[in-house]
Design a protein around this ligand. Sequence first.
Ligand code: BES
Ligand code: ZN
Ligand code: ZN
Length: 501
Amino acid sequence: MKFEFSTNSADRISADILLVFAYASKKKEEYEMVANTSFELIDKLLEGQLSKAAKIDLFKGKKGEIINLISFGSVVPSQVVLVGLGEKDKFNLNELRKIFGTISKKYKLKADSITLSIKDLIANFKEDEVYHAIVEGVELGNYTFHKYKKEEKKNKLQTFIIAETKENPSLQKIIAKAKAYSQATILARDLVNEQPTVATPSYLADLAMQIAESDTRIKCKIFEKKDCEKMGMEAFLGIARASATPPKFIYLQYTPKIKTKETIALVGKGITFDSGGINVKPGDAMKEMKMDMSGAAAVLGVFSIIGKIKPKVNVIGLIAATPNLIAGTSLVPGDVVKALNGKTIEILNTDAEGRVTMADSLSYAVKEGATQIIDFATLTGACMVALGEEYAGLFSNNEDLAKKVQNAAEIEGELVWPLPLADEYKEQNESSVADIANIPSSRYGGAITAALFLKEFVNDVPWVHLDIAGPAFAYKDTELSTKGGTGRGVRTALRLLEEVK
Ligand code: BES
Ligand code: ZN
Ligand code: ZN
């Protein structure tokens, strides 16, 4: 999408659509629309047609309400679109992002260009963040995955023109950054939406190599099966045993210009398809399991643009990539594998495979000297039961880091909610034959016991675990996403990296 500026007022800009915004206010039981300056101005130019139409249509300025009007020459744009922002005191930048997602979705096939006066929107917020949210909303709402459709619908929408604003380098920078955030999110979406026979461990590894080739500050190493054997990643390789496609352990490294000892490790669960293994999933639960590499997709998304945001910290990305399949060579319940850090794991259910592969990737992060670890994993159905499809579960052994991640997530509108790393439940992961079992003895609190399992592999390194099983995949279209991969975690991680001073 192009974002252009014009010092003209919006009514004089040649665009298909002119956007006008209004808030809602609750008077007694009823809502009514609250006009702002641009509404009043355009209404005047349209000789009151806007307020009249709003009345007929009973437009009340509620969040996401949209009405369309033909302008019949009273303003240059051929249509005026009135958009409700909801109640003013409930309005925030995350709502703004979603509103622009909705607009972009609604008109992507119908209009070439849209213009708006941004002044009313900026009033209560930081200008940078208003632009950031708008650009992300537009870019993310514009996303489709139609690679496998016979007829590819081409998006028509090309340009947003910001009225009454002079172009300047700092605005251009903000827009470029928001575009990069969106592009990284979209890469993650594409990876999740790709069919699992294509998006294999090798596919992810090749992409990681390409990312490294495009930027001298990024290095990539791919550990093949035999390398992983040598290192002692028996846990990861155990899960990979049933697969005909070779496993890959992906290591990405970004080095900043300034020297620092701080290293943030981003670890992504990389199960390219989760059949459940010998404990096979029922069909309904397996349908979407190409999404079980959403954590890996987030890490790759981040690295794809990390050179543009240039964080002042070393960053490593780690992905143990393999599908979890069924074969004569599969792990079976009762098997024991030894992780890279020497801890043995009794496999009691092959469908709890994510934590087993991550035992090795988290151990590797510790071994590499990471000073902070953030992991992204579609780890448990239990987290979805607890928090639904929008919120990621957040677990941490370090309050300070947890706050930073929560803050980054909040700014980017990627909802997270803290859940306890409850020591009280630790004994549920005990095994009678190994150091730990891969499923707990109780079926309650499954997101917590899974997080407690991971905790055994991060030692005392400050760590945040995000269980993104719910929000990584949308089961229906939403304001900012289409059905499928959402790219969850990418923007939280980018914000977090950018905030490192
Ligand atoms: N990949 C799944 C978790 C999942 C479920 C992600 C639904 C997204 C949507 C994970 O590997 C899994 O199967 N977990 C089991 C754990 C159980 C066997 C202890 C689960 O959640 O049922
Ligand atoms: Zn599983
Ligand atoms: Zn899984």
